[in-house]
Write a protein that binds this ligand. Structure first.
Ligand SMILES: Cc1cc2nc3c(=O)[nH]c(=O)nc-3n(C[C@H](O)[C@H](O)[C@H](O)COP(=O)(O)O)c2cc1C
Length: 332
């Protein structure tokens, strides 16, 4: 069993956090991850009150262990934050923007504050905000993120913010990734894309099938899906998605897309409603290589934790001189 500052903070069995994937991490997935001993986070995204009310009710009903919620910081409306907090999550995660304006409301609700950061300046803001836990998110991540890679970013954030515990995110989809995160000085892993392809996620079945079929080279950071949906994402954030026809047509031609927006937006909305992912986006990270089937979330949590322990035992044997390093594929 892996006991870390993260498992102690939320009384978890495993140092695994579900990424609050907007519209994908609903109440059932959140509860499934929490009940399996990780920390489930509802993906509130831009803060649609109706969606939040429904999914937070489900999380509260179904979870019998601590769970939480996340919102995109720059899009937060105070009344939506209050609505989410009224469901009494144990943790609230803020990502993408300055968290300081929202700290008082989160504290008043008796909630632990998690801040996801993409670089050292944001990590400093998270420290100033009094974060209980900081997620260092590398550019390999699915969905929105920054430019820094997980491998060097995580230890740099660990060194900068100590003694605040840090969790690694971006490109982690199995026990080897969790073991690597712990070796980098993090106290756990926040995982998104792997749980998108979980049975309980709200992702479309066709999107899950694309994730299972893809490899990491099929993903790319882009702004085109934000332009067509009219979301004014601040710099430097871009979103990593699976390459598709829409991306091939417009990536690098965002000004041309902006100029023909009304027609493109209508077509895009219809495609999204119909589950046509040649046009609509599937946010996904580079670790799609490691995802070869749709699984139950509880099975994923148990397998990732067990395989991380195996990797760490092997690493300990190497350090003790009791084993010789060889390339060892993970048994699936
Ligand atoms: C489909 C999808 C939607 C996401 N939406 C959000 C979001 O609304 N808010 C957020 O903080 N992070 C969001 N993320 C990023 C995750 O929080 C996390 O950083 C990322 O998934 C970790 O990398 P991985 O996908 O390689 O596991 C999203 C990721 C994905 C894949």
């Amino acid at each position: 069993m892996l006991t870390t500052a993260l498992t102690r903070l939320f009384d978890l069995t495993h140092p695994i956090v579900l990424g609050p994937m907007g519209g994908v991490s609903g109440g059932m997935l959140t509860a499934a991850v929490s009940n399996a001993g990780g920390l489930g986070l509802v993906g509130g995204g831009y803060g649609d009150p109706e969606w939040l009310g429904r999914e937070l009710s489900l999380a509260r009903e179904q979870a019998n262990r601590p769970w939480g919620c996340g919102l995109i910081t720059w899009a937060i409306k105070p009344e939506v934050l209050d609505l989410a907090l009224s469901f009494e999550p144990a943790a609230f995660m803020l990502s993408f923007g300055d968290p300081r304006a929202h700290v008082d409301a989160i504290r008043r609700a008796g909630c632990k504050l998690i801040c996801q950061v993409q670089g050292l300046d944001e990590a400093r803001l998270a420290v100033e905000a009094g974060a209980d836990l900081i997620v260092a998110q590398g550019t390999e991540a699915g969905g929105h993120g920054g430019q820094r890679s997980t491998l060097p970013l995580v230890p740099a954030v660990v060194d900068l913010v100590a003694p605040i515990p840090v969790v690694a995110a971006g490109g982690i989809a199995d026990g080897r990734g969790l073991a690597a995160a712990l070796a980098l000085g993090a106290c756990g892993a926040l995982i998104g894309t792997r749980f998108y392809a979980a049975r309980e996620s709200l992702g479309h079945d066709a999107a899950k099938a694309r994730i299972v079929a893809a490899d990491g080279g099929d993903t790319r950071r882009t702004r085109v899906f934000d332009v067509v949906r009219d979301y004014s994402w601040p710099k430097p954030y871009t979103g990593r998605a699976l390459r598709n026809d829409f991306m091939a047509r417009w990536d690098g031609r965002e000004d041309a897309l902006a100029a023909s927006l009304s027609a493109e937006r209508t077509a895009f909305r219809s495609a999204a409603a119909a589950g046509d992912f040649d046009t609509a986006m599937v946010w996904a990270g580079e670790a799609v290589d490691l995802i070869d089937r749709v699984d139950d979330a509880a099975a994923l949590v148990a397998r990732i934790a067990r395989d991380a322990e195996t990797c760490l035992r092997r690493a300990a044997a190497l350090a003790d001189g009791a084993a010789t390093a060889t390339s060892l594929p993970l048994a699936r």
